[in-house]
Write a protein that binds this ligand. Structure first.
Ligand SMILES: O=P(O)(O)OC[C@H](O)CO
Length: 656
């Protein structure tokens, strides 16, 4: 026993020596070093046996068993010591599989090496696809990321377990703990008090530091005087209070009794100190500075937390140099299974030095504002920011028309070109420019006609002519579609119930999320996450049900059912692949079929002409507006390529 204890202690010492190395490499590989050595020892020993050293075979067996036990012990100790990493990489490994299953195409773009392999990092992203954003952020990062997550998410059944496995740092958000106060209240501006109606219960619901919000104003409670009276400070009237006059005009609305929300005073000190500690020990912390997930087509105002984290850590640990890396998540119909996404990394921002520290010490609010502005610029450089979906349509279709049909842009080029269009078309001088407004009307008409003909105006690179020649593809496509439909049957049986369940539950959940949120427009940002959650839970349950059904009701034997159990994920995956291909084929067949109708054929000629004229017009317009603005090497699509020069043909392959 004593010998065993010594062995354990020795193994512990050995693995603890490995720990710093493992932390540096952040991989599990290092922790498996010892067992690998053990395995090598066993192999060597077996080899020695084979080469015939003479000892009794029982002794060989005993030695092998002892070696095996040492290896198992070493592995168990190594895994135990590294249990957080083990759990983290197990969850991240799962996330990697999940995101690659969910997205048909997942690309990275921009400064893909922006995340340094060592040292403190704040990884910040836009937040338009709820848990999918965190999944992607951790799955694609080349190092461990401690993600900040809404505390309420950590209490959710499945999500919470995953978040805990990732070692997420919980943040209690005001909106998650706000509640509707009893009765109603009004503001007595002169006394600096709020007066409650009958039924108000200030003594139990309010406390110094909690905030009150009505439709007309917000205020912070200083002291609760009675169940219907409380002293308040920091009163801010809602509406655009740009002048003192304006503020006065808003005040009377606050004097009328109204329903109110209470936001209890929150203490974030523990969360901040955890973040500071993480940064001080050179870790990477991930967060979404908009504070919550939403489905707007632009960034929401950033919360100050991100700046407070960087500056607070610098204040506490003066030698730190914190790298802030902006990450832009771009989803193309991201709520749909097998859609496309691009993760765009921006240039890092390094915050260090005495200058920031002294600025922060002398003017906290201004310095936080300054850094927050820089963080916002960084995030804007990797995201698209347009007022609404209509404008996004305008940007995407215009960019598609501008790009020559045969040019294939890399994901980075494509995103950057789209971003420049989004910024350019919102330029103050162009927003109301008659020529641009005219283009917008023409682009909208072109997009409508495209959709009528079954083309996606964002991706169609050309429109077929009125010839019926293209129809010869139809018999081939029908044969392929029929064959794939037959092949689909097992996959459909397996996938469809879960797919339909996930879809309907996710849409119901989106309606609920929208109703509960003040920032979600349709709740679309929660759909992908919910589909994943339902899929992860329902798929294994469904598989087991089918297998049990086969065992009980079919003539299959146990062995056959066990073999089927192993084949099921494969069937399911083949089903997904075939469904996807059939769907994509049917999308390309649809315009061909429409072409059989003479009226559509005639209109198609109009559409093709419209496309050519509009594309030429847009290119010319961009040239006119940007005259002298672009050096040839700053252009994403070289001018000669835009003009269709033959000697630039090679460029198209180069960028593929
Ligand atoms: O409550 P939501 O929709 O903002 O989403 C939860 C967080 O963003 C992720 O923790």
């Amino acid at each position: 026993m004593q010998a065993m204890n010594r062995a354990i202690a020795a193994a512990e010492r050995y693995t603890s020596n490995l720990a710093p190395l493992a932390e540096k490499t952040t991989g599990l590989a290092t922790y498996l070093y010892l067992p690998t050595l053990g395995a090598l020892a066993v192999v060597t020993y077996a080899f020695v046996l084979e080469t015939g050293v003479s000892t009794s075979s029982t002794m060989h067996m005993q030695m092998l068993v002892v070696l095996g036990m040492i290896m198992a012990l070493a592995l168990a100790l190594a895994l135990w010591r590294a249990k957080d990493d083990v759990l983290y990489y197990a969850v991240v490994g799962f996330n990697r599989v999940v995101v690659n299953l969910y997205f048909r195409k997942l690309d990275t773009a921009g400064n893909v090496d922006a995340i340094p392999s060592q040292g403190p990092v704040l990884l910040i992203g836009n937040h338009q696809n709820q848990f999918m954003d965190g999944l992607l952020l951790t799955a694609l990062a080349p190092r461990k990321v401690r993600l900040l997550t809404a505390a309420k998410s950590l209490h959710r059944p499945i999500v919470g377990s995953f978040a805990k496995g990732l070692g997420c740092i919980p943040v209690t958000r005001p909106k998650d703990v706000a509640f509707v106060g009893s009765g109603s209240l009004r503001l007595d501006t002169n006394a600096g008090e709020v007066i409650g109606s009958a039924g108000a219960s200030f003594s139990s619901e309010l406390a110094p530091g909690s905030s009150i919000a009505t439709k007309a104003f917000t205020a912070t409670v200083v002291e609760v005087l009675a169940d219907d009276r409380a002293k308040v400070s920091r009163v801010a009237f809602k509406g655009s209070a740009e002048s003192d006059e304006n503020v006065k005009s808003l005040a009377p609305a606050a004097d009328t009794p109204a329903a109110y929300k209470v936001i209890p005073k929150l203490d974030h000190s523990q969360m901040f100190s955890e973040v500071f500690e993480q940064l001080a020990s050179g870790e990477c912390v991930g967060l979404f500075p908009e504070g919550g997930s939403h489905d707007n087509t632009h960034l929401l105002p950033l919360k100050a937390g991100v700046a407070l984290m960087a500056l607070g850590a610098l204040e506490k640990f003066p030698d730190l140099a914190i790298t802030i890396v902006p990450v832009g998540f771009h989803y193309y119909a991201g709520s749909k299974f097998r859609s496309k996404a691009v993760v765009n990394y921006g240039d890092p921002l390094v915050i260090s030095g005495a200058e920031w520290r002294s600025e922060f010490a002398s003017a906290k609010r201004e310095t936080v504002g300054k850094l927050l502005g820089m963080v916002e610029d960084a995030l804007r450089s990797v995201t698209l920011n347009v007022p609404d979906e209509d404008f996004l349509d305008f940007v995407l279709v215009t960019k598609r028309l501008y790009t020559p049909p045969n040019v294939v842009l890399t994901p980075s080029q494509n995103l950057e070109l789209t971003r420049r269009f989004a910024v350019g078309l919102q330029r103050e001088d162009l927003l109301h420019d008659e020529a641009i407004l005219d283009v917008r009307r023409r682009v909208a008409a072109y997009a409508d006609l495209c959709r009528r003909h079954g083309y996606s105006p964002m991706s169609a690179t050309s429109v077929a002519t009125r010839s019926l020649y293209g129809l010869r593809a139809i018999p081939y496509l029908v044969v392929v579609a029929t064959a794939s439909l037959l092949a689909l049957v097992p996959g459909i049986v397996l996938n469809m119930p879960v797919g339909l369940l996930a879809r309907s539950l996710a849409h119901a959940h989106a309606a609920k999320a929208k109703a509960e949120s003040s920032v979600k427009l349709h709740g679309r940002d929660v759909i992908a996450s919910y589909k994943l959650i339902v899929g992860v839970v329902a798929m294994p349950i469904w598989f087991i049900t089918v297998l049990l059904g086969l065992l009980v009701f079919s003539p299959l034997t146990w062995t056959q059912v066990v073999i089927l159990a192993f084949l099921m994920p494969l069937y399911s995956w083949v089903g997904v692949m075939f469904t996807e291909q059939t769907f994509l084929w049917s999308k390309s067949v649809y315009p061909l079929l429409l072409r059989i109708l003479p009226s559509y054929r005639a209109e198609e000629a109009v559409l093709a002409r419209m496309r050519n004229e509009l594309a030429g017009h847009i290119r010319q317009l961009i040239e006119d507006y940007d005259k002298g603005g672009f050096a040839e090497n700053e252009r994403i699509v070289p001018l000669k390529v835009l003009q269709g020069a033959d000697d630039y043909d090679g460029w198209i392959e180069e960028t593929n």
